[in-house]
Design a protein around this ligand. Structure first.
Ligand code: PLP
Length: 362
């Protein structure tokens, strides 16, 4: 048996851990911020009909430019966007990787504000891009001053602002995006994986006109309840899309993915009907955990970062034994919990309450 250390691995991958959120079949799975509500049956049937039509054509390669899907995505985002400004790939992770392949690479850097999405540094090492982590303040909120100062000081080739931010839930204000854009001359990505859950802020796609270095990344994995299909997308200047064509693999979006995503977007109203309930469950969870003495950070997403656990790892394991999977990200005293259905949220509240103050009986 050969082990990883016997192989001539690229130097920048030595010692790295792969992305690895546990995938346990437990009754209450609230660890990767999926929408836990099932897709409405009528929508399932229409998607299946679209897939059946697509299967009849799979002897041929799919539409390399996925034109129909890009039209649909442009229509869904609105704000006058056109298909030429849209791009998609197998999850927004693949979109982000393509951006790093096109604009990062050896001798170049990616900057973000931590704690943030754990995939950013992994995507950087996978593309041999230098990673610059700038710590967020104690409340995790970014200000125009903080962001502009960091970007001026480091002058990265690419910066990512995650809004709402994973894993903290922190919303991202428009003034922060604008200050970031003005502060450096590189590529600015706004990762809006959770945008649909933020009832108060407009999407950064409204800032695209006149800003050709601004890229807005989105996904169907979260609010849209479509994580298993793998469809992430991007809105940006058409020239940026041309750059991504240089690095994408030919026919990277399968005919089945294109058909399923296009069908789901036809039903965006029904697909997003659960968002209001998820927000309500998130707020109910926040109130309940605050009453139990925990520190709940403000969230514009479908999850909460919760502080005040004496032993987060023990609490994580205790909940797992009770069939509830949440996320332990190694932030001292903290755990992240996705807002699920009403029943799932009740299960979490009752289980955490049963652990006693600070999760002490973990
Ligand atoms: C979940 C998530 C994504 C989405 O990843 P997909 O590849 O589209 O499933 C992107 N960014 C952040 C911050 C996320 O939390």
């Amino acid at each position: 048996m050969t082990s990883l250390s016997d192989l001539p691995l690229r130097a920048n991958l030595v010692g790295k851990q792969p992305y690895g959120a546990p995938q346990d079949p437990v009754p209450v799975s609230l660890n990767v911020n999926e929408n836990t509500h099932p897709i409405p049956e009528a929508v399932v049937e229409d998607i299946v009909a679209s897939l059946a039509r697509a299967v009849r054509g799979v002897n041929r390669y799919p539409d390399r430019e996925f034109s129909e899907l890009r039209e649909s995505l442009a229509g869904y985002l609105g704000h006058g966007l056109v298909a030429e400004q849209l791009w998609a790939a197998n999850g927004s992770n693949e979109v982000l990787q393509q951006i790093l392949q096109a604009f990062g690479g050896p001798g170049r850097t990616l900057l973000s504000f931590t704690p943030t999405y754990s995939m950013y540094p992994l995507l950087a090492s996978g593309t041999d891009t230098g990673w610059i982590a700038v710590p967020r303040p104690d409340d995790y909120a970014l200000t125009p001053e903080l962001v502009a100062e960091a970007l001026r000081a480091h002058g990265p080739d690419i910066a990512i602002l995650c809004g709402p931010n994973n894993p903290t839930g922190t919303p991202l204000d428009r003034e922060v995006i604008l200050a970031a854009y003005e502060a450096f001359d590189g590529i600015l990505i706004v990762d809006e994986a959770y945008q649909e859950f933020d009832a108060e802020r407009e999407s950064a796609v409204t800032l695209l006109p006149g800003r050709h270095r601004l890229l807005v990344s989105r996904t169907m994995s979260k609010a849209f309840a479509f994580a298993g299909v793998r469809l992430g997308y991007l809105a940006a200047d058409p020239a940026v899309i041309d750059a991504l064509r240089l690095v994408r693999l030919p026919y990277h979006l399968s005919a089945l993915t294109q058909a399923a995503a296009t069908a789901a977007i036809r039903h965006s109203g029904e697909m997003l009907a659960t968002v209001a309930d998820i927000r309500a469950q998130r707020d109910r969870l926040a109130v309940a955990l605050t009453e139990l003495g925990y520190r709940v950070h403000p969230s514009g997403a479908n999850f909460l970062l919760v502080g005040g656990f004496a032993e987060p790892t023990a609490t994580f394991e205790a909940l797992r034994r009770r069939g509830i999977l949440i996320r332990n990200l190694g932030i001292p005293g903290h755990l992240r919990i996705t807002a699920g259905t009403e029943a799932e949220t009740t299960a979490v509240i009752e289980a955490v309450a049963a652990l006693g103050p600070g999760g002490a009986r973990g």
